[in-house]
Design a protein around this ligand. Structure first.
Ligand code: ASP
Length: 357
């Protein structure tokens, strides 16, 4: 009996210790900022995250099938993070995203950001062109409020679909004060990336959205946001690009150089475009045949590299009058060139912009 009483007393004495331990875990959640409640606007555009196919399978599905409301219904935990407002912008495979969709997104964010009740934005998007939409918005939205883009590699009907977790984490980041003023961010598979560096690096893996050599700038764990680095290039409110009132963008073509690439395509592209980006080999290089034709072109030509970790500087340029893309991929260089052309930028201005953004 004495022993039982002793055990009971010991347990009673330990209870506050257990309770304290539990509080301690919550209170000392390392350096991550717990998310605070606010209203997050989810702008849905389609992609695999909204994809539906044969139960269990990861391929052969139809992207852009679920509505924004259906996407949200799959993540009841969002209730605990923020009030959500859903907007269906479009519902497409992201290869069908257009400049008009980009402009609609930018206009919508810019307008809704004026509402003091809105804390942040999440854009659900296909992964194929997620990096392009992210970079376009990074240069054109005029708010410090978090704008976070996400998607998924597996359709909603697959085993272990990654969409719900990515959406949950994206909302956590969009609701977090940590993400304010960081430009457009991409959240995917527990990681946070800057819009300028984010890129798709696999055709099948759940970590397909990453940032190559540049890496992630933060992580999300159980809803807490841990941001370790901040984007170094100008973005959002700091840029000179104002798309208000624009309904279309200048046309820019991208030509991929390879052995025996036909230089006649350069002339064709120049006839049909306002600007040209070349995905050069190595440090933005191409053949003598290319050099000869590029010298004749009267539209701006930006030189990038077909290599993931390609950095092109002014010193790498083979043709006078061309512009170095820095470390922007050809598809991101094309976005900056399109925006620069809305401002009628000449060669010198273009060179400055490619260093600045
Ligand atoms: N083709 C799809 C898309 O970009 C791929 C994905 O979302 O993962 O819309």
């Amino acid at each position: 009996m004495k022993r039982i009483l002793c055990l009971f007393l010991t347990l009673c004495l330990m209870l506050p210790v257990f309770a304290a331990a539990e509080t301690a875990v919550t209170d000392t959640a390392p350096t991550g900022t717990a998310v605070s409640r606010g209203r997050v606007v989810v702008l849905a555009t389609g992609g695999t995250i909204a994809g539906v196919g044969e139960a269990g399978k990861t391929a052969g599905y139809k992207p852009g099938s679920l509505t924004a409301e259906q996407l949200l219904a799959a993540v009841p935990e969002l209730e605990q993070v923020a009030d959500i407002e859903a907007v269906q912008v479009c519902n497409v495979n992201s290869d069908d995203i257009t400049a008009e969709v980009w402009l609609t997104l930018a206009h919508t964010v810019n307008e809704m950001a004026k509402d003091p009740g809105v804390t942040g934005f999440v854009i659900t998007h296909g992964t194929d062109t997620l990096e392009e939409t992210a970079y376009f918005l990074n240069l054109t939205v005029k708010t410090d409020k978090p704008v976070v883009i996400t998607g998924s590699m597996r359709p909603s009907t697959s085993i272990s679909a990654d969409g719900p977790m990515n959406l949950y984490q994206a909302v956590c980041v969009a609701a977090s004060p940590e993400a304010v003023g960081q430009g457009v961010l991409a959240v995917f598979s527990d990681r946070i990336y800057s819009a300028r560096s984010v890129t798709k690096t696999s055709t099948y893996h759940v970590t397909a959205i990453s940032a190559g050599e540049m890496g992630a700038i933060g992580v999300v764990r159980d809803g807490a946001v841990y941001l370790y680095e901040t984007p170094g290039k100008k973005h959002t409110t700091e840029t000179e690009f104002d798309v208000e009132g624009l309904t279309s963008l200048p046309r820019v073509s991208i030509l991929y150089f390879a052995v025996d690439a036909d230089p006649a395509l350069l002339r064709f592209a120049a006839e049909h475009s306002d600007g040209l980006v070349i995905a050069g080999a190595g440090a933005g290089e191409f053949s003598e045949a290319y050099i000869a034709v590029i010298g004749e072109l009267s539209i701006p030509v930006v030189v990038s590299s077909r290599i993931d970790d390609g950095v092109i500087t002014r010193d790498n340029l083979l043709c006078e009058g061309t512009i170095a893309a820095d470390n922007l991929s050809p598809q991101k260089a094309a976005i900056l060139l399109r925006l620069a052309l809305t401002k009628g930028a000449g060669a010198e201005e273009l060179a400055r912009m490619f260093l600045e953004y």
